[in-house]
Design a protein around this ligand. Structure first.
Ligand SMILES: [Ca+2]
Ligand SMILES: [Ca+2]
Ligand SMILES: [Ca+2]
Ligand SMILES: [Ca+2]
Length: 266
């Protein structure tokens, strides 16, 4: 009888314990989880992901300036955003094996000149980040081939650099001031003639890029790499028959007329 009572008491205590533990567990874990979410909402807001907007698709003629506008991007928290653009999903500029994550150019609104001989569509990827979270968006930039009846016009200026022995030979510096259209430098050839129109030097412009410092003529490809653009420069040493009154011509593709010319002047 006594033994039976004890057993019954133990069962009751056991049941009470199980209920108590279950309730404690509920309050400890389930309720606490809810509370922590509520607390975050009230006191310590969770950072929210920004939304990238790479702007409208573009269709442009080769050599025209493409404006990439990411100003439609936003961050729900109002965080300042960092904008980086991958200009070409076919090229892995940073060599990390991912084609569309390159930081080719930074800024909310940027410009770039695409050149192409045939119609091509580039996929441009905008990445925006609040430095913790990021989002990406893409825009298509379609480049149409240039019209052949519309050659670029190149304007140049020339200045003279006297020799500074033994460091510097005298040379002429020809600067591209403007190009009416941006084209790959591989479309250009040059020709240097003396005052009577006789040929001194000629060749293709890309061949002048990696020439040694003592070469008679060199080309320095300033901003807009591989494209004939403002601030690109030719360095021509004053040696032999190369002196003032020589004329430097730029030719475009197979056109017979030069697209730019400048007399070497002191
Ligand atoms: Ca944010
Ligand atoms: Ca890329
Ligand atoms: Ca990459
Ligand atoms: Ca250039």
């Amino acid at each position: 009888m006594l033994k039976g009572l004890k057993l019954r008491d133990l069962v009751i205590v056991g049941i009470i314990l199980i209920i108590a533990l279950g309730a404690a567990g509920y309050f400890l874990f389930v309720r606490d989880d809810n509370n922590s979410v509520n607390n975050d909402d009230d006191d310590d807001p969770v950072n929210k992901r920004p939304t990238a907007d790479a702007g409208m698709d573009l269709v442009l003629t080769s050599g025209a300036e493409a404006t990439l506008n990411g100003s439609g991007s936003f961050d729900p928290d109002g965080d300042e955003l960092i904008y980086s653009w991958d200009l070409d999903s076919g090229v892995d500029s940073d060599n990390d094996g991912v084609l569309d994550n390159d930081r080719d150019i930074m800024g909310k609104e940027v410009t770039w000149v695409y050149v192409a001989r045939e119609e091509i569509t580039y996929i441009v990827t905008l990445n925006v980040t609040d430095t913790e979270l990021f989002d990406t968006d893409t825009v298509r930039v379609t480049i149409l081939p240039p019209k052949d009846d519309d050659p670029p016009e190149i304007s140049m200026s020339c200045r003279y650099q006297a020799a500074i022995p033994p460091y510097l030979e005298a040379h002429y510096i020809i600067t591209i001031d403007t190009a009416s259209r941006t084209e790959l430098i591989s479309n250009y050839t040059y020709r240097l003639e003396d005052g009577s129109g006789d040929l001194i030097l000629n060749g293709s412009v890309p061949d002048l890029i990696l020439t040694p410092p003592n070469a008679t003529i060199r080309f320095v490809d300033a901003p807009q790499l591989n494209r004939m653009s403002g601030n690109d420069m030719f360095y021509i040493k004053e040696r032999g028959e190369i002196s003032r009154d020589c004329v430097f011509y730029l030719f475009y593709n197979n056109l017979r007329e030069p697209v730019g010319e400048i007399e070497l002047t002191k």
